[in-house]
Design a protein around this ligand. Sequence first.
Ligand code: NDP
Length: 311
Amino acid sequence: MADILNCLIIGSGPAGYTAAIYAARAGMNPVLYTGKEPGGQLMITTDVENYPGYPDGIMGPAMMEHFQKQAERFGTKVNYEVIARVDFSGPVHKVYTESEEEILAHTVIISTGASAKWLGLESETRLMNKGVSACAVCDGFFYKGTDVVVVGAGDTAAEEASYLAKLCPNVHMLVRRDEMRASKIMQKRVMNTPNITIHWNTEAEEILGEEEVEGVRVVNNKTGEKKEIAIKGFFTAIGHKPNTGIFKDWLDMDGAGYLINVPDSAKTNIPGVFVSGDAQDNVYRQAVTAAGTGCMAALDAERYLAAKEII
Ligand code: NDP
């Protein structure tokens, strides 16, 4: 019979690597599978200025390199493979890679994160990190004193617009319908903020600029009227999708696919399976909060193994 790992970690963002650091130092010999996007969402971020411990800021990819090095220093084994399916039916958990290799583990820590949804414009991809962002809290500061656009009409868009309105002279919200999905209180807030302009029935057609964002061409989907708005920052806030599809037959999740943890813990409904990071958080979504829950998951996993006298 194949060896049974003490701790298998799925995902390689701040949550996964923090879980790995704690698990490795606790003698759990963790094995981490990076998934399709090693390093996670921070790999598509430039400067990170709000992660404590970096007084001068750090580039997202460099920070993830540090996370990985620190996890490996204590013996974490990192595999650059994708987990394609899981079987949580027994006391020993079974996890399968894309090449159908079976891995057995006493505990599994899920840190698969979430991915921002994008509009899918060619100009959006081309100008990513050159003015295009999906996180105002992360990147808004870089556009201080300039005009910006926020696309979306949910709570995230409303929150991002309110945040940016404190930094930027003019915030333009592009709302594709004639009403907003955001909660009434958030709608009221954006509508009562003098430097937020809501463009109803309006969609981004193209983000303008060669090397960096210089403007956006928008179209009114009722009248067909087009216009250009000069901006430096373009924030897409049309929702996130948690990367949790492979767990849907096993783990409790909400309607949007976020995994549900037992309150005040990283436990899921399956003993020995723990969750951390954006896969279970659609509210805070910060590197530092993800790292915090990664730590919780490793501590919970360690207690689980100790209670079963496996370690
Ligand atoms: P939502 O799914 O609620 O909203 C997405 C918004 O993006 C909708 O207004 C949608 O428009 C719009 N949209 C989607 N696709 C496009 C597109 N291609 N072009 C233009 N617009 C598009 O996502 P959120 O991230 O805002 O919120 C997710 C969840 O998190 C919600 O339950 C929300 O309440 C919660 N949340 C709570 C917060 C809080 O309590 N402080 C803060 C942030 C989020 P349309 O309405 O036309 O479909």
